[in-house]
Design a protein around this ligand. Structure first.
Ligand code: GLN
Length: 489
């Protein structure tokens, strides 16, 4: 393989190439840094590029390899969503509030990847505090979709998705509170995995809605996602919601054929609201699973249509509480020349946060206020439980639930910014998994209006092996995940 083609390879192939001595980590990292140079002007996928540190790290991994040492990711490049704290590196969370924040420590996810030998190329652009579905709420400007620069790559992990789709990085981390890994993966033709809540540590991940946030990855294939999940997953004493549950060998489970797999289909997912071509691509994908020996049955999730309104009570409530720490005193943006303490708070927060974040804080404060707590917050928590129960019952009869990831392919930048509700509805198929804490993956399964479409697979708690294997078996028979946007081959 010539060094000119290194960007076209996924993690597993790169690992093999490094191991065989076909190229060095320094050559690989240099090639990808060149691609950032060449393409990030048009994509705006990065907030920070850590070129010098990446080259240093690549040199170290080459030395380790020469000595026969190094972890499972030794020399493999990746990028981190700018929501993960990275020691000594700017960590903005897409906000003016953290425009100058250099983290003094690494998030557990970042630390585990680095310990396994991964080389960070930079930090990716995202919706402000991960609130959004289009990357347009970022203080650093929207990310462009490599499939059509006039379109959004989805959000909030849009920079991560765009960099993987544009063959700038073979892999990226992301976070998913309501769909922020899976929806951008769908809109950019990449593979996006959100693990079970508690599977991966949230330590050092800037909190949006703590009971929903979960770290995961965006890659070119399910196999690469399995490789990374094996490194990220596992108990972390520094995150009180991290679960002490054994981490299986995710790669080892991928080979099992789909014969006998019970796939659940939710009728409401194919109702009005789903773009026609998107629906056909997803139906076609289901028939591929069927041809591999899976059986399709309809499952009923009667409370699922309440998931978006439930989410938009729970998530803002938690965010209003989490974001109260940004007061202009301890860290974050501070207004100049405050008249008094109140003026300091008001102007620091007024200047530091963008419109969408303010909208969420106001909504959250309202639903948590004394007179409305029972009517909104408590009620939403009860409905959340009903939704989780629906899934639990459904998983008594099926192994995975399959459907579309997003109602339509990528939309044009600016198209939904004036109407928050339409924007919120982009996560209609993904939010349920967050409310119930379930793992989900989006994989490319075709095109609509010449833009990628995602197939969404949800598993039971700790059912990552099941959804990864389903995705991998599908990817063995199809080539949608290998398609590359024009101009980025
Ligand atoms: N788009 C949803 C929101 O705006 C989900 C975001 C996310 O998963 N971080 O809240």
């Amino acid at each position: 393989m010539s060094s000119k083609d290194l960007h076209t390879q996924g993690l597993m192939q790169l690992a093999e190439g490094l191991e065989n001595g076909d190229f060095t980590a320094v050559e690989l990292v240099t090639a990808l840094l060149d691609r950032i140079q060449a393409h990030d002007g048009e994509l705006n996928a990065f907030i920070t590029v850590t070129a010098d540190a990446a080259l240093q790290a690549a040199k170290r991994s080459d030395e380790l390899r020469r000595k026969g040492d190094g972890g499972v990711l030794n020399g493999l490049p990746l990028v981190h969503k700018d929501i993960f704290c990275t020691r000594g590196v700017l960590t903005t969370c897409g906000s003016r509030m953290l425009e100058n924040f250099v983290s003094p420590y690494d998030a557990t996810v970042v630390g585990r990847m680095a310990d396994a030998g991964a080389v960070m190329l930079g930090k990716t652009n995202m919706d402000e505090f991960a609130m959004g579905s289009s990357n347009e709420t970022s203080y650093f400007g929207p990310v462009k979709n490599p499939w059509d620069l006039a379109c959004s790559p989805g959000g909030s992990s849009g920079g991560s998705a765009a960099s993987v789709a544009a063959r700038i990085s073979p892999a990226a981390t992301g976070t998913d509170t309501g769909g922020s890994i899976r929806q951008p993966a769908a809109l950019t033709g990449t593979t996006g995995l959100k693990p079970t809540y508690g599977r991966v540590s949230r330590y050092g991940m800037v909190a949006f809605a703590s009971s929903l946030d979960q770290a995961g990855v965006i890659t070119r294939s399910a196999e690469d996602a399995a490789l990374l999940l094996g490194v990220m997953a596992g108990f972390d004493a520094r995150d009180s919601t991290s679960i002490d549950h054994p981490v299986p060998d995710y790669l080892a489970g991928l080979g099992r054929p789909l014969k006998g797999l019970r796939v659940g289909i939710v009728r409401q997912h194919f109702d009005a609201g789903l773009d026609e071509e998107t629906g056909s691509a997803v139906r076609e994908a289901l028939s591929v699973l069927e041809a591999q020996g899976a059986s399709l049955t309809e499952v009923d999730l009667p409370n699922l249509d309440l998931s978006v309104p439930t989410y938009y009570v729970v998530a803002p409530a938690e965010c209003s509480s989490n974001l109260s720490r940004f007061d202009g005193v301890r860290f974050g943006h501070r207004a100049e020349n405050p008249e008094d303490l109140l003026d300091l708070y008001c102007r620091s927060r007024g200047e530091g946060f963008g419109a969408e974040v303010k909208r969420r804080i106001l909504t959250g404060t309202y639903v948590l206020s004394a007179g409305y707590y029972d009517a909104y917050y408590l009620k939403a928590q009860q409905v959340r439980q009903l939704i989780a129960d629906d899934f639990r019952k459904a998983f008594a009869d099926v192994d995975v639930i399959a459907g579309p990831t997003a109602p339509s392919p990528a939309f044009r930048l600016g198209d939904k910014t004036d109407d928050p509700i339409t924007m919120y509805l982009n996560d209609i198929y993904t939010i349920g998994a967050n409310l119930a804490g379930l793992p989900g993956i989006s994989i490319p399964c075709g095109f609509a209006s010449e833009l990628p479409v995602g197939l969404h697979l949800v598993g039971p708690h700790f059912g990552e092996e099941q959804i990864l294997r389903t995705a991998h078996q599908y990817q063995l028979l199809t080539d949608w995940h290998t398609r590359c946007p024009e101009g980025y081959a």
